[in-house]
Structure formats: structure tokens, C-alpha cells
Ligand binder design. Structure first.
Ligand code: SF4
Length: 240
């Protein structure tokens, strides 16, 4: 007897197209399929930088800040250009604001990000002897550092279990019906309860490319999606 998903109380919308029999939601199976689905897609910027050797906590912190409201392709190019000359707080401060802004050319809000990066570097030198702090609260106290940047730094820079939730992660796990949350911040809290810790770092790595190319914001590619038989397609009214 096929199992059908019963819509929850979150006001979700289901259409005839996505009212198909669904398999039980098995998170291990979801990740198995996700790994295959994104294996040939461009990697999320911070994981691409990690795999190119820029995996220190400072490089991940800087990269995550640069990536805010900036395309992954641009983030990678800008970070590579910056890391040619500055990979530590001291080197970044020595660069100075004008040269730093020049190196950040192409990213959004280059001047503001340059000021944030200089302030962050100075604090890291003054308060933590040049080492990026490894506690969420301390990271969040740095200028311009929100929950996603702090989580990426902890997860990739320190290899600590942390869930970095961006718009893609937030949208997709809600469409799955895995959580039912109105904001990325609440999604992060819900995932901390629902998602096994072994997937905390990986979820961002898989869902950023999956969200850019398959489960897109508008007209997600449900008809060819490898998760179609599992995903509850919550709120999806115009599947591709
Ligand atoms: S593309 Fe469709 S079926 Fe696949 S995860 Fe997104 S909403 Fe679910």
C-alpha cells in the first residue's frame, strides 16, 4: 500500500502534480541521492575554496563574508585574488583599505566589506592573538558576521559540526517537509533538532548546488529530480 503524505498545519500548498505516492522520508537515502545529483555541478564557493587549499578558519571567515550577496563564481575569483597577497589578519591589515577594496572589486558592497574585514582582523589580533575564535558567540560578535558566516567558519574552517543555512538550504528543507519554518534562522534551529549531526556540515555543501541548478526558487525541476519520490513538495505550485 503506497504511503501518501498528509499535509501539515503550515499552510502548505499541494497541487495535483505533486500529489503522488511518496516513500517514507529517509534522510540517509536523501543524502545518498543528493551526493550523486550534485557530483557534476559547480561546488559551493566555500567548499571549492577549501578544496583549493584555502581551508584555514581565517580564510573561511573572510571568504564567507565576501560571499554575502555575491555569486559563487565571483566569490571564488575575488578570494583567490585576495589570498594571493593576504591570508592572515596581519597581512590583511598591512594591505590597507584602498588596496583591499581594489582586491574585492566585483563583490557587492566592496567598501563596507573591506571595513568589516579590517575591523575583524584587528580584533582577532588584539583579542585572540591572531587566531580566529572557535566559539559561535565570539564569532557572532565580529563586525558583519551573522549566523551563516559563523557556521561556515566553524564547519569548514574548524571542522566542527555547525549548520550553515542560506536561502537554498532554507527553501529546500521546507519543500521536503523536513522542517516547517519561516526564516533561515529558525530553520537552523529546527535542523539542529531534526538533522543527524553527521550531516550538519554536508547539508550546505550539497544543497547550495542542488538549489542553484535543480530545486530552484522558481519552477523547481521536480519532474527529473532524484528526490521526487521522497520530497513532499510543500508549497511547490509550479514544478518544472
Ligand atoms: S526539485 Fe521538486 S521534488 Fe526535488 S527537492 Fe525540489 S521540490 Fe522536491
Amino acid at each position: 500500500m503506497p504511503r501518501f503524505y498528509r499535509a501539515g498545519k503550515g499552510g502548505e500548498t499541494r497541487t495535483a502534480l505533486n500529489r503522488l505516492p511518496k516513500e517514507p522520508f529517509d534522510i540517509d537515502e536523501v543524502f545518498r541521492r543528493l551526493r550523486v545529483a550534485v557530483s557534476r555541478l559547480p561546488r559551493a564557493a566555500m567548499f571549492e575554496l577549501r578544496d583549493r587549499g584555502y581551508s584555514s578558519p581565517f580564510e573561511q571567515l573572510v571568504g564567507a563574508l565576501i560571499s554575502a550577496r555575491t555569486r559563487d563564481e565571483t566569490t571564488i575569483q575575488v578570494c583567490l585574488r585576495l589570498f594571493e597577497v593576504a591570508r592572515t589578519p596581519r597581512q590583511l591589515l598591512d594591505l590597507g583599505e584602498d588596496k583591499l577594496v581594489h582586491r574585492l572589486d566585483g563583490t557587492t558592497f566592496a567598501s563596507a566589506k573591506a571595513r568589516d574585514l579590517l575591523a575583524i582582523s584587528q580584533r582577532i589580533l588584539d583579542e585572540w592573538g591572531g587566531e580566529v575564535p572557535d566559539r559561535l558567540e565570539e564569532l557572532r560578535s565580529l563586525r558583519g558576521v551573522g549566523p551563516k558566516i559563523a557556521a561556515l567558519t566553524l564547519a569548514i574552517g574548524f571542522g566542527r559540526p555547525a549548520i550553515a543555512v542560506d536561502v537554498h538550504v532554507h527553501r529546500i528543507v521546507n519543500r521536503w517537509g523536513f522542517v516547517s519554518t519561516p526564516t533561515p534562522e529558525k530553520t537552523m534551529l529546527a535542523l539542529a533538532q531534526a538533522l543527524p549531526e553527521r550531516y550538519w556540515i554536508e547539508i550546505n555543501e550539497r544543497l547550495v548546488p542542488f538549489g542553484k541548478f535543480i530545486c530552484t526558487g522558481v519552477r523547481p525541476g521536480c519532474s527529473t529530480c532524484p528526490l521526487n519520490s521522497i520530497c513532499r513538495q510543500i508549497g511547490v505550485t509550479n514544478p518544472g
